[in-house]
Design a binder for this molecule. Structure first.
Ligand code: C2E
Ligand code: MG
Ligand code: MG
Ligand code: MG
Length: 281
């Protein structure tokens, strides 16, 4: 079938594309139900300081285990959530879950550093983001200093002025802002200097190839020294091997996240493994 789609471009629908669209619609419908019936869960992946025995916090990562379809990765359903507007409810759910767990951990007088939440570029520019965060702080009566938001470099670049205003409001409350997947978005030095952020999160693609491609080590080294000059913290994500970790340490990186330190795990396991045992700083 050949079909004209409004503008002067042509789309050709093949049977496979049709299957893909049906699959997408199925995922959209199932995701809507999963959010409604709270069938999503939030996992926590530890973040470490230099010695890998002290955690400085964790990243909250959404997980979806569907009754029939099994485990569906975020890389499949987050883009669909963004296309369909479900991302707002999904992220409100994640923010609420984080609030609930942080409340329990704070009540136990544990120091677990900060729990970071990924925020979609769509949510960043939504009017209610700051209000949603304020709500969770007051409903669960938790400290803003227990939270961090991860926003991708490209998301911040969509509308620098508006992003910067939002980020400033959030930082005023004591929430830290990290620029996720840093290095993939071509932001300029002068832009970085003006931006209201606390930390660069080096994209894992650079870490992965660091041992094998000298070019990547040079890029990572440059990011770390740039961060130092701009007075920003820096964390490496996707650290899987001791060699990578040592290379990063030698380059001056002080914070690490990746399978080497620990995988994302459910809240109760995270509590048992890292909080109850006093591994938190
Ligand atoms: P991200 O925010 O960059 O998260 C890091 C991803 O890398 C996570 O994948 C994590 O499980 C994975 N990872 C961590 N350490 C390692 C490692 O050592 N090796 C490898 N190969 N991977 C590692 P995950 O959980 O599948 O999430 C993928 C992406 O989906 C995230 O990338 C984020 O962009 C998005 N995402 C996940 N949860 C949420 C959420 O609650 N809201 C939004 N908006 N996006 C989310
Ligand atoms: Mg992230
Ligand atoms: Mg990332
Ligand atoms: Mg990513």
């Amino acid at each position: 079938d050949v079909k004209v789609n409004g503008s002067n471009s042509w789309s050709i629908y093949t049977p496979e594309m049709n299957d893909k669209m049906i699959e997408k619609i199925k995922i959209e419908n199932e995701l809507r139900k999963a959010i409604q019936y709270k069938e999503l869960t939030v996992y926590f992946q530890p973040k470490f300081k230099e010695n890998l025995s002290t955690i400085i916090g964790a990243e909250a990562l959404v997980r979806w285990n569907h009754k029939e379809l099994g485990f569906i990765p975020p890389s499949t359903f987050i883009p669909i959530a963004e296309e369909t507007g479900l991302i707002f409810d999904l992220e409100r759910f994640v923010i609420g879950e984080v609030g609930k767990h942080v409340q329990q951990w704070e009540r136990k007088k544990l120091s677990f550093g900060r729990i970071s939440i990924n925020i979609s570029h769509l949510h960043l520019y939504q009017d209610d983001l700051v209000q949603t965060i304020d709500d969770v702080l007051s409903i669960y009566n938790i400290r803003a200093s227990s939270l961090e938001l991860e926003i991708t470099e490209t998301a911040m670049m969509d509308n620098e002025l508006e992003a910067n205003m939002k980020l400033s409001l959030l930082r005023d409350r004591g929430i830290e802002i990290s620029m996720d997947d840093f290095g993939t978005g071509y932001s300029s030095l002068s832009y970085l200097q003006k931006l209201n952020i606390d930390r660069l999160k080096i994209d894992q693609s650079f870490i992965k190839e660091m041992e094998h491609q000298n070019g990547n080590e040079a890029i990572v080294s440059m990011i770390i020294s740039m961060a130092r000059h701009l007075n920003l913290k820096v964390i490496a994500e996707g650290v899987e091997t001791l060699t990578q970790k040592e290379l990063l340490s030698n380059l001056g990186c002080l914070e690490f996240q990746g399978y080497l330190g620990g995988r994302p795990i459910p809240a109760d396991e995270f509590f048992a493994e890292y909080l109850a045992s006093g591994k938190a700083s």
